[in-house]
Structures are given as C-alpha cells and as structure tokens.
Design a protein around this ligand. Sequence first.
Ligand SMILES: Nc1ncnc2c1ncn2[C@@H]1O[C@H](COP(=O)(O)OP(=O)(O)OP(=O)(O)O)[C@@H](O)[C@H]1O
Ligand SMILES: [Mg+2]
Length: 447
Amino acid sequence: MASRLAQSAPSEGQRTDEEKGLGPGAAARRLDAAGTSVVVRRCIEDPELIHYDSQIVKYVTRAIESAVDRAARSFPAVVLTGPRRAGKTSLLQHMFPNASYFLLEDPELVARVRADPQGFLDAARTPAILDEVQNVPEVFAHVRARIDRRPRRAGQWMLTGSQDAPLMQGVTESMAGRAAVLRLLPFSARETPKVSLLRGAYPEVVARPGAARLWFSSYVQTYLERDVRAALAVRDLATFRRFLALVASRHGQILNKTALAAPLGVSVPTITQWLGVLETTAQILIVPPFYENLGKRLIKSPKVFIADSGLACHLLGIDSQAELAKSPFIGALFEGFVAFEVAKIQANAGQRQQLYYFRDEQGLEVDLLVPGRSGEIRLIECKAARSVTPSDAAPMQKLAEALRRTRRTPVSVRLDLVHEAPKAGATTSAVAPGVRALPWQGFLDTM
Ligand SMILES: Nc1ncnc2c1ncn2[C@@H]1O[C@H](COP(=O)(O)OP(=O)(O)OP(=O)(O)O)[C@@H](O)[C@H]1O
Ligand SMILES: [Mg+2]
C-alpha cells in the first residue's frame, strides 16, 4: 500500500522504491538544512557508508545505539527525538536495515496517510520506521491500538519526531509504557574526535567544517521557518531571530528574562514560551542551580547556553580559531562545551539530564555539579586554558568542605579541574589536595 501510495503521486513517478525510502538501502529525497532537495541514502553495498548529496561519508557509530537496542528489545515502540540534523534518520536506518521505512514528510504522502491511517498501517510491514511522525499525528492512535493487540511484541515501531510539535507532546504521553523515548543529540566528542569548540558537533559540519558558516546560516533559517513557526504563532520571525542572537550574547550567564524581554519589546511570559521552544528543540542547554541547604542564600535562576558550541560561535560571529582565542566569550564557550558533552553522555545512556551549577550570594561559584554513581557528587570547574593553577580549584574546595560539613551522612565529593589539552599531549595531575586537573577529553572518559 505504501509503495502504491507513493507510486500514484505524480512527483514520485520517476523514482525507484528505493529512492522513495521504501526498500532496502533506504534513501529519501528531502530538504537539507539549506532547504535544497538532496538525496540521502544508505549505501546498499556497504551500510557503513552514507551518501549525502554528492558526498559519501562513513557512518559514525553512535553511542546511543546500545540504549536504542535495549529499548527496542523491551518496548513495542521507540521514539527518537532530538534537534534537527542530529542524525536520527541515519541512526535508525543503520540500526534497522530490514525495517520498512516511511518518511512522513512529502505533502502528498502525508495527505494520503491522513486520509486513511488504518489502511496505511495495515499495509506497513513491521518492524517499521515512521520518520517525522509529528506530521501525521493521526497514526499514533492506530499504532497504539496495534501495540495493545500484541503488547509483548517488542521493537515493532521506530518513530522519529520533533518534540516541539505540540501534538507530539500529547503523543509521547499517550504512548506511556508502550514506547521508550530517547533523545539523540549531535555527535559527542567520544563518537568522533572531530567535534570541536569552534565548529561544534553537527554531523554535516563535522564532515565539512569549511562550509560551517553557510551551513549554520541555513540551519538557523530552516529552524526558524519550520520549528519555530510550527510551535509558535510567531508572525514576526525577525524578532525571534534577534531573540536567538540575544540569548547567544548571554551565553553561559544566569537567566534574566526581564533583560531579554526589554530590548525586544516583548513580555516576560513570551520570553518564557520562546525559551521553552529553544529547550524542547535542544537548541539551548539549561543548567539549573544545585540546591542544598548550606545555610547560604543561593541564586535560583538557571544558567543558559546555546547547546552546540559551533552554533554558539556562529551566532557570536566567531569564525576562526584566532577569533575564538581572543573572544571574551571563550570561557563561557568552553564551559558550555563541557556541559553539553556531559549532557550527551547522559542522553546517550538513556538517562535524564542531571547537570547543575552552584552560586551563592557571597560569590562562591562552581561551574558544574553532576551527581555521580552511588551518591557521589562531582564538582567541575572549567578553564579555557592549557594549564591551571591551584587557585582555580579554591571554589570547589570551599564548596566540598561546606557539603561535607552540612550533610549528616558522609558524602563523597570528587573535584575535577577541566582544561584544554596541553600542546604536549593529554596529562592528568593533582593540582591541589583532592583536586585533579584533566584535559577535557580525559575528563569525559571518567564520566
Ligand atoms: N552516524 C553518522 N555518521 C556519519 N554521518 C552522519 C551520521 N548521522 C548523520 N550523519 C550526517 O548528517 C546528516 C543528517 O542526518 P539525518 O538526516 O540522519 O539527521 P536527522 O536528525 O534525521 O535530521 P532531520 O531532523 O532533518 O530529519 C546526514 O545526511 C549525514 O550526512
Ligand atoms: Mg530525519
């Protein structure tokens, strides 16, 4: 049925089943970030290769694969969300090469599926990948009914969708207990050493760093026109664009909604709503304050970062290593980079984000706090420098002492001073009592 649907569409006439994304070696004609129609396909002869337009790139194994695999063995459905261009489609096609694949994006196909979701699903061979399912929320009730008929059959439905779509939110709720929901973020530095502070981690930027500027401009444009327009009734996208630039200009700072609202001439509730969109589409990383009664008054607002450091640099007008090195944002960019890498490790393990910062009203400040295994607390200070000094560790030592003093039960606190890799190669050293200085790559390996 699916292939009949596609075949009867005039625009699909000249294409093979494969190009429609319906057969093995699935391929799909789709818009890339620049809004150009390109063919993305898995190579039939070698599934390790992906054709992207005229370029062939080697498939990079994703760290989330074992979580997806576990989920597909335990749940009837797996829902994969995440920012645009993070690699959702590539991942599912790579992991489930024998699943039937449906890209619910072409308006013609969408209209037909909408008109007869039951018929569409009856004809779909499972396991099936339903890509961009937010475009056809009608199918969810039917997928759900099908699952409930045979609730023990795991790994039947692989769905991707952007979480910002209001319908998608209701959908993930209605699939509770039937679907595992996982979030795929851009490449992590553990997945490929090509991830960098300057260019970030989007697969296409990592593959073509020279084209980063153009890619990010197109990405922002497409993001605004599709995700933002779909999620909000923003008539004036130019204002939202200015909002994005303003958020970037406050990269790593404590959120002050009034200060964001005033220059844009919008209300604070509007800012709250807009930040919600940026967060659910994983364009920003929100780091809430760590709260513990230490007898101190604490700051209660979160810190906000542009999630991908490449996008952050782009929005800040930083386009080379030299500009990055002398930018006043270098410290915040490095801190956000480390924070997002930690968030990726957590998301790839199927865990919820657990990332905090600490600041009290006396000015004691620690960049990041991560609850570790078995109740341990990890304090992390980030320095965008190749070397560190004992004084860099002082705030962590103070906070660790306060934590140990106020907790009734003994608490294990681990202190890491994370810095850029020294030229001579990665080293770890004890910089102050109980404090380890680690290059960021080495630090991530300890997470
Ligand atoms: N694991 C990977 N290894 C190498 N390249 C990848 C990988 N995943 C994605 N890419 C590259 O990134 C591009 C975008 O990936 P993909 O289309 O899978 O992302 P997506 O999250 O499905 O995007 P969209 O939100 O637009 O649907 C691909 O065309 C491919 O070039
Ligand atoms: Mg996709």
